[in-house]
Design a protein around this ligand. Structure first.
Ligand SMILES: *Cc1c(COP(=O)(O)O)cnc(C)c1O
Length: 391
């Protein structure tokens, strides 16, 4: 048995609680995401700074605040515990010396989607799922396929027909059943819902099941641990469905309740492409929910999310943190992806370049001061986006 202290699932809309030891998607009453709750007083007894120093270098080092109870259900391909790189040359170049990059491209399957899907697929497997399905325009499908393959769960992937080859190839090589859909990610989502009803597939769409966010929140734990139990002044996060941003915000509260950090929080910044910026628009209009972004278009596949089911959770975290939201063009994003590469040695996904573009914009605006500490998330490897350098 692990030391998981999971006690219930709670509706993010009205705090109704549910027994967590059953397969669940959204809150059946409100249709909103369910969030995992832990016995943090109990977790704090074993999840100490000293204990962590001796644990394995994967996200499973935080087992007390993860949902899996049977350790035989853990599917571990080495996810998490990615390096936090202080970027001397980049920091000097842009005039912000304490600039760090959390390099999530080093995860299994080349993106931080591995975090969420390692935990979600492990938990679904533990609870008896016999097949799993996902709609995805990019990295999530490959990550799901990998964890499904490791335990032999049949995996069903629905992707827009124009998905770049690398993303589709990965799923096929990992043994998933891939269907190309003439449409966008929401059309793929509809196909998954049909299949779930008809064939009993378990739907692991982001925030439609409760544990991908638990995997992604470990980025927040790692940041604190790697910065010696402090947090940076600013975190810049390329936001699609927002799972990682909402997850880190949850992690900070858990850590404070366990006495691992104090009450100081980073200012959280969402960056999106100006071809698909529903959260940026809603943030600046003072809305609680984001409207569907029509004709969503960007080379950053992870950001091509026209409607996010957790929109209100993202907007709440941005506002509570004193953060902001920034849109950048694809052209500027690519320019900064190349600058990031040339100054750090990290071949970043365009989503990573978007963070740097936003940082430079916010430095110019005076919203970030040159002596502040800033963490950029490079959420994936550039290798899967090699087509963007075609000529
Ligand atoms: C999915 C994805 C994102 C967006 O992540 P969310 O947590 O869903 O907002 C950003 N970058 C890459 C490379 C992705 O694959």
């Amino acid at each position: 048995m692990t030391q998981s202290t999971l006690v219930c699932l709670e509706s993010s809309a009205n705090h109704t609680t549910y027994d967590p030891h059953q397969l669940m998607n959204l809150c059946p009453k409100t249709g909103k995401p369910l969030l995992a709750c832990y016995d943090l007083a109990r977790a704090a007894r074993t999840l100490t700074r000293e204990a962590l120093a001796t644990r394995p270098p994967t996200l499973w080092r935080y087992e007390e605040v993860l949902p899996v109870r049977d350790d035989r259900a853990i599917i571990d391909l080495g996810e998490g515990w990615t390096p936090l790189i202080q970027t001397a040359r980049l920091g000097e170049r842009i005039g912000c010396l304490r600039t760090y990059v959390k390099d999530e491209g080093l995860n299994p399957t080349g993106s931080f989607k591995a975090r969420g899907l390692s935990v979600a697929v492990s938990r679904a497997y533990e609870l008896g799922a016999t097949s799993i399905a996902i709609p995805s325009a990019g990295n999530a499908a490959g990550a799901m396929s990998a964890y499904a393959a490791a335990v032999g769960l049949p995996a069903y992937v629905f992707m827009p027909a124009d998905v770049p080859l690398a993303f589709r190839a990965e799923c096929e090589a990992l043994g998933a059943h891939v269907t190309l859909v003439d449409g966008l990610i929401n059309d793929c989502g509809a196909r998954v819902r049909e299949g779930a009803a008809e064939h009993g597939w378990f739907d692991v769409s982001t925030l439609k099941e409760p544990y991908r966010i638990e995997g992604k929140k470990t980025m927040g734990y790692e940041l604190a641990e790697q910065l010696n139990w402090t947090l940076p002044d600013v975190i810049i996060y390329p936001t699609g469905g927002g799972t990682g941003l909402v997850g880190m915000w949850k992690a900070f509260d858990e850590m404070e309740q366990m006495g691992l950090i104090d009450s100081k929080r980073p200012r959280m910044v969402t960056v999106q492409s100006d071809g698909c910026a529903p959260i940026v628009k809603a943030f600046h209009e003072g809305q609680e929910h984001a409207e569907l972004w029509p004709n969503a278009k960007t080379v950053a596949d992870g950001l091509r999310v026209p409607v996010a089911i957790g929109d209100f959770l993202i907007l709440r975290a941005l506002r509570e943190s004193g953060g902001t939201a920034v849109a950048v063009s694809d052209e500027v994003m690519m320019e900064y992806t190349n600058l990031l590469g040339a100054m750090t040695g990290i071949f970043a996904a365009p989503e990573g370049g978007a963070c740097l573009a936003a940082q430079v914009q916010l430095l110019n605006d005076g919203w970030i001061a040159p002596d502040e500490s800033v963490v950029l998330f490079n959420t994936g490897t550039g290798a899967k986006y090699a087509h963007l350098w075609a000529r």
